[in-house]
Design a protein around this ligand. Structure first.
Ligand code: HEC
Length: 164
């Protein structure tokens, strides 16, 4: 399990390095901050801390949510109906006496299920720096996002699974 966890963190790290090296595009396209995401179902939380060599680029507390449309599918392991949204609420964190404490918002990372995104697995992909709709980080979703989610085709390109 330890090996698996490290491998996952490695994957995520590679992702964000690519994303952050790009300057913000002019428009977030059609993917914006979904209303009410703070009240969605909490899928899981992952922390990338100083022990990771890539902490500088993408350390943070990844807090993943799913909207009500996709909740039942999450519990079955996919596939997801159109209208499903996954949102990674990425925050800074500090460590105080061994406790990892959530800090400021770093980015909102979003996947939206819709047939119109057929070329990228049926999902639309975007990341907004600081949660600012004027600071989209994704200009080429196929390369920056979808390519790395492809190994999870059996789970409809979603890495997260339901943790009871
Ligand atoms: C290098 C591989 C990689 C790349 C590139 C990548 N991701 Fe992910 N993504 C992952 C992994 C691994 C997880 C699971 C994280 C966890 O378990 O907490 C994940 C999780 C997610 C989730 C939560 C749902 C899920 O699949 O678990 C969203 C939303 C997401 N990524 C969006 C994006 C977006 C948007 C991009 C492009 C900016 C992107 N990802 C690029 C590897 C990647």
């Amino acid at each position: 399990m330890q090996v698996l966890a490290s491998a996952k963190v490695g994957l995520v790290s590679a992702t964000l390095v690519g994303v952050i090296s790009l300057s913000a595009a002019e428009s977030a396209g059609d993917i914006n901050i979904p209303a009410g995401y703070r009240n969605w179902f909490h899928v899981n939380t992952m922390v990338i801390d100083r022990a990771s060599p890539l902490f500088d680029q993408l350390g943070g507390m990844h807090i993943i949510h799913i909207n009500a449309t996709g909740e039942a599918a999450l519990k079955k392991g996919g596939p997801y109906p159109d209208g499903t949204i996954f949102l990674d609420d990425l925050h800074e964190f500090s460590i105080s006496d061994g406790s990892y404490v959530e800090g400021a918002l770093k980015a909102l990372v979003i996947m939206v299920k819709d047939k119109k995104y057929a070329s990228t697995g049926g999902w639309g992909w975007q990341a907004l720096a600081g949660g600012d709709p004027k600071k989209p980080l994704v200009t080429d979703p196929a390369k920056q996002c979808f390519a790395c989610h492809q190994p999870r085709k059996d789970q409809d390109y979603v890495y997260s699974t339901y943790i009871p």
